[in-house]
Write a protein that binds this ligand. Sequence first.
Ligand code: ZN
Length: 237
Amino acid sequence: MSSSAEEAQRALVLFSGGQDSTTCLAWALERFAHVETVGFDYGQRHRVEMDVRLETLRELRVGFPQWALRLGDDHGIDLAVLGQISDTSLTRDVAIAYEKNGLPNTFVPGRNLLFLTFAATIAYRRGLTVLVGGMCETDFSGYPDCRDNTMKAMQVALSLGLDQKLRVETPLMWIDKADTWALAESLGGSQLTQLIVEHTHTCYHGVRDTQHAWGYGCGECPACALRKAGFENWAAR
Ligand code: ZN
């Protein structure tokens, strides 16, 4: 595809307000003519995510006027039903731990399959042809619905089911957290990495009263540990 055809594309970014999806949003804004965002409220314990995502969108509009021109509507989808049918530490008041199958109990079974399906429905209605998500196979907790093959299968299933070509882009699939910081820096310089530190949220416990060099969080949950290690590896380069 020529770069001008690529630029004319309209995209929908699965945007949770975390480091990964904010980097994906910047990636999409740098690439596509028109970009919309979607966020899912599924009764997650760290509801602070739903608040900081609006703050992050606002900061992006203010700090990056060239991206603000491309940044369209934000869609908030109520998926409370997901909280009702899953039993995980993200939606229940239980400690984060690892299950016998090696997956952390933060895993909401099939979450990304549902997210992509709802996103595709919105994309169809809004005339958006690319879905962008922060799924990553290399350094997260082994969630099977984040794997590259799962994403490719979803791309085929959604394109067939909607009878319309839909592309699923996952710019973070093969990079680690240090590379994600580096990608953000290459897209928006230190202004973007600082915005990510200050305004995005990753911590499973929703802690926002302690700010570290890498951002807010408890500093100890698996999400904080990953974000902290990635930041420190990137900063040491
Ligand atoms: Zn944490």
